[in-house]
Design a protein around this ligand. Structure first.
Ligand SMILES: Cc1cc2nc3c(=O)[nH]c(=O)nc-3n(C[C@H](O)[C@H](O)[C@H](O)COP(=O)(O)OP(=O)(O)OC[C@H]3O[C@@H](n4cnc5c(N)ncnc54)[C@H](O)[C@@H]3O)c2cc1C
Ligand code: FES
Ligand code: FES
Length: 506
């Protein structure tokens, strides 16, 4: 069933009639003729389709057109609005020879534009990080980085820097709630209600035939892969609900993350980085800048992948999940939330509204260590979180160890925790705990790593996570020694059994 939506693209208003499953990139290219935006992988990996929504980069191949209604969209055509004069970023790309086949260029330029809108003088490392969600198949990265440096030097004000760019920093911004009309829902379609209660009512009415969308970065690839008859006919967007946009980080009350708070909001939040650095690090490790601008922490949990990077740290912090359903609201420990791969304890018409983490205890430290084939922009083969609270005498008062990617759900390891609690955390006891944790892991071999490699990684990463958590708890420098005096924190080498090729150090 088609729905009429209004899109504001490069400051021009368009009304288009779209099917529920149309992506923004297809509407831009096929309906609006804006073919500057390219399609490469179609799965969020390559960044060729990068556009700005409300001032932030997204991969438009993973955005439903209906979700873009009422938002400010900017494509590469919006960079040089006069049609004759290039934008300083484009000019710099030409001058530095940063274009070979040109396929990646529009996406690169949109990411560069977003970076320079936020940071007028980025370092080379910051430029490389800012472009890390954009692949150049011709591998002209050095020239591209030089071009962005030159564009930064020209000090030209990036045209059209969105006034609403900051509003998404707290999730669904106010302009979202004032955005286009909510589409009617008769016999299927997309709707974006304004309250949690309305979402629950719609879910109950749809009788299993509706799906929620937050950032869509897990959902859209699944919908694309599903047979048309297997796709839900109702999609319920959460972006217009103010309470879901809440991100609060306070030393006395702790951390509260609403269901529409993006990974980038958490990874970049100064309070989260100061009080819960490993939570910010885990969020910042996920995907690319574009994926982190779209995906949410709670979507990462609700997707219930055993390898979800947010899960181990939040489990190690004893997070509580707040849930709403047709009969009211309830809370449960995150440890009770995961039921198996892709399965949670949510009822059919329930949604997660927020999660909460207690304030950090005195002398506590948390660490997240993970390993993936490519190091970055890749799903973790193994992730390990450790949280440590030290007693006054420096011994271990309380510890949590949680393993990701080595079982059907993230696994807490009480047997290793018992070994550590009450003990002085020296290298020998850490080594023993790492062995016990590996015994508790139940990995499988898949495209990312073999069983044997994953078990070795559990040992290495548990030791590494405990060492960092301990160092953070005592505010000492990191200590990474094994009982034999050798460094165990660097023992990551290639997985000889991995069908996907070499393992890399994270
Ligand atoms: C290129 C790429 C790279 C990625 N890299 C990583 C990575 O390195 N590490 C990693 O862990 N993940 C990675 N992911 C997966 C994904 O980006 C994350 O899991 C993301 O956090 C999901 O959040 P979302 O808001 O996009 O969820 P969505 O796709 O919107 O939703 C995911 C699922 O949760 C449900 N849901 C969402 N919100 C709620 C709610 N409030 N209540 C109940 N159900 C809800 C949806 O119905 C859906 O089933 C990657 C994905 C892509 C495309
Ligand atoms: S086409 Fe590759 S990320 Fe969209
Ligand atoms: S210039 Fe060819 S893909 Fe980058």
């Amino acid at each position: 069933m088609k729905q009429a939506i209004s899109l504001r693209v490069n400051s021009d208003e368009h009304v288009v009639s779209v099917d529920l499953d149309r992506t923004l990139v297809s509407v831009l290219r096929e309906d609006l003729g804006l073919t500057g935006t390219k399609v490469g992988c179609g799965g969020g990996d390559c960044g060729a389709c990068t556009v700005l929504i409300d001032g932030r980069t997204v991969t438009s191949c993973l955005v439903l057109a209906v979700e873009a209604e009422g938002r400010e969209i900017m494509t590469v055509e919006g960079l040089a609005r006069s049609g004759t004069e290039l934008h300083p970023i484009q000019q710099a790309f030409v001058e530095k020879g940063a274009i070979q086949c040109g396929f990646c260029t529009p996406g690169m330029e949109m990411s560069a534009y977003s970076l320079l809108s936020r940071d007028r003088r980025p370092t080379e490392a910051e430029i490389r990080m800012g472009l890390s969600g954009n692949l150049c198949r011709c591998t002209g990265y050095n020239k591209i980085v030089e071009a962005v440096e030159v564009a930064a030097m020209t000090r030209g004000e990036p045209a059209g820097a969105s006034a609403s760019a900051g509003s998404l920093l707290s999730g669904a911004g106010a302009e979202d709630h004032e955005g286009g009309p909510v589409s009617p829902l008769a016999g299927g379609g997309y709707t974006a209600p304004a309250t949690v209660e309305e979402v629950c009512r719609l879910l109950a009415d749809a009788n299993g035939n509706a799906v929620l969308i937050a950032g869509g970065t897990d959902l859209i690839p699944k919908l694309k892969a599903a047979a048309p008859q297997a796709r839900p006919t109702v999609i319920i967007g959460l972006r217009r609900i103010p309470e879901l946009a809440e991100l609060v980080c306070d030393i006395t009350t702790g951390l509260r993350i609403g269901a529409m708070v993006r990974l980038a909001d958490v990874g970049d939040h100064p309070g989260v980085r100061a009080l819960y650095p490993a939570v910010a690090e885990a969020a910042a490790t996920i995907g690319t800048p574009q994926i982190r601008n779209m995906g949410t922490v709670i979507g990462n949990l609700c997707n219930a992948a055993p390898s979800a990077d947010s899960a181990p740290v939040l489990l190690a912090l004893d997070a509580v999940v707040h849930v709403a359903g047709p009969t009211g609201r309830r809370s449960l420990r995150l440890a009770e939330f995961f039921r198996g791969p892709g399965a949670t304890s949510l009822g059919p018409a329930e949604i997660v509204t927020a999660l909460e983490v207690p304030p950090p205890a005195p002398r506590s430290g948390l660490s997240y260590q993970h390993m993936s084939q490519r190091g970055r922009v890749d799903i973790s083969a193994v992730g390990v979180a450790a949280s440590v609270i030290l007693a006054d005498d420096g011994s271990c008062k309380q510890v949590r160890i949680v393993l990701g990617g080595v079982g059907p759900t993230p696994l807490q390891v009480p047997s290793a925790e018992t070994l550590l609690e009450g003990a002085a955390l020296d290298a020998e006891v850490i080594d023993s705990a790492a062995e016990v944790a590996a015994d508790a892991a139940r990995p499988i071999s898949d495209v990312r790593a073999s069983v044997g490699y994953r078990l070795r990684m559990v040992r290495v990463l548990v030791a590494r996570a405990l060492a960092e958590a301990m160092a953070r708890a005592s505010a000492d420098g990191p200590s990474c020694s094994s009982s034999t005096g050798e460094s165990i924190c660097g023992e990551i080498s290639a997985d000889p059994d991995s069908p996907a090729g070499e393992g890399r150090q994270p």
